[in-house]
Ligand binder design. Structure first.
Ligand code: DGL
Length: 282
């Protein structure tokens, strides 16, 4: 990094996802790093990533990461499980700044809370096919059932977060996942949200799951890890040390900025005033 220790300008953090989902991660970052400057990129024109091939997701994700770096990001958060599962190595190879994905932090949080050591992972098709969570869970002594829920992202992007159709779809996925778990003799006590869009349907999930199951959203663990990484970086602690909320956020989307403003505010939990349209090509 070229910054001097005396540089007191806010640290610049790049966050990206295929769409709005990563805003759930930005939402967790804001209170933890209150004086950073955040650049959020939602590649809404090319969403969903979860049904695409590894090569395509890697190409899209590398482009997003490079764009964020060209805007001065000094740390990049891949706020998308699919891109983290399929493209973390490619992004790290292309970037010149630290890059964090959400899979390892998600598995860490499951390892912290699961008593039965059996976990249910809900994710996109591509994430499930990569078995990134199965490997990360196994490395922490957890057994996992990975369930692809391909209809959830389009429903959530449509804003149907409290809709009877979404409720029904969720029930079908959960019934199948719990039946798979029973057939394998697993007794999951923890549900890991392996897609950054899914926290938006958390209330529906809570109502649909058997009592006593813990739902985990890797956004919190990821945000804690970003904070820790920045503190341990020799150049950056002085630039995140403030308890005053001075965070500045810049939002970019590759498709309708109006839709991003309206729906994105729900994901972020606060109004988004301005969104800039970016063309990343096809
Ligand atoms: N939010 C992304 C994730 O965490 C997936 C959305 C998509 O399929 O594009 O996996």
């Amino acid at each position: 990094m070229s910054e001097s220790i005396a540089d007191a300008s806010p640290v610049r953090i790049g966050v990206f996802d295929s769409g709005f989902g990563g805003l759930t991660v930005l939402r967790a970052l804001l209170p933890r790093i209150p004086c950073a400057e955040f650049f959020y990129l939602g590649d809404t024109a090319r969403l969903p990533y979860g049904s695409k091939s590894q090569a395509t997701v890697a190409r899209y994700a590398v482009e997003s990461a490079q764009l964020l770096e060209s805007w001065g990001a000094q740390y990049i958060v891949i706020a998308c499980n699919t891109a983290s599962a399929l493209a973390l190595d490619a992004i790290r190879a292309a970037a010149h700044v630290p890059v964090l994905g959400v899979i390892e932090t998600g598995a860490d949080s499951a390892a912290d809370v699961s008593v039965t050591r059996d976990v249910l992972v809900l994710a996109t098709d591509a994430t499930v096919q990569s078995h990134a969570y199965a490997h990360a869970c196994a490395a922490r002594g957890l057994r996992s059932i990975e369930k692809a829920c391909p209809l959830l992202v389009p429903l959530i992007e449509e804003g149907w977060i409290d809709h009877s159709v979404t409720r029904q779809v969720l029930h079908i996925y959960l019934d199948q996942a719990l039946a798979d778990a029973r057939a394998l003799g697993h007794t999951p006590d923890t549900v890991l949200l392996g897609c950054t869009h899914y926290p938006l349907v958390r209330p529906l999930l809570e109502a649909a799951l058997p009592a006593g199951m813990t739902i985990l959203n890797s956004a919190e663990t990821t945000a804690n890890r970003v904070h820790r990484d920045l503190l341990s970086n020799v150049y950056l602690p002085s630039r995140i040390a403030s308890d005053r909320n001075l965070a500045r956020c810049h939002f970019f989307a590759t498709d309708s900025v109006d839709k991003f403003r309206v729906l994105g505010s729900r994901f972020l939990g606060q109004p988004i005033e301005r969104v800039e349209l970016i063309d990343l090509g096809g």
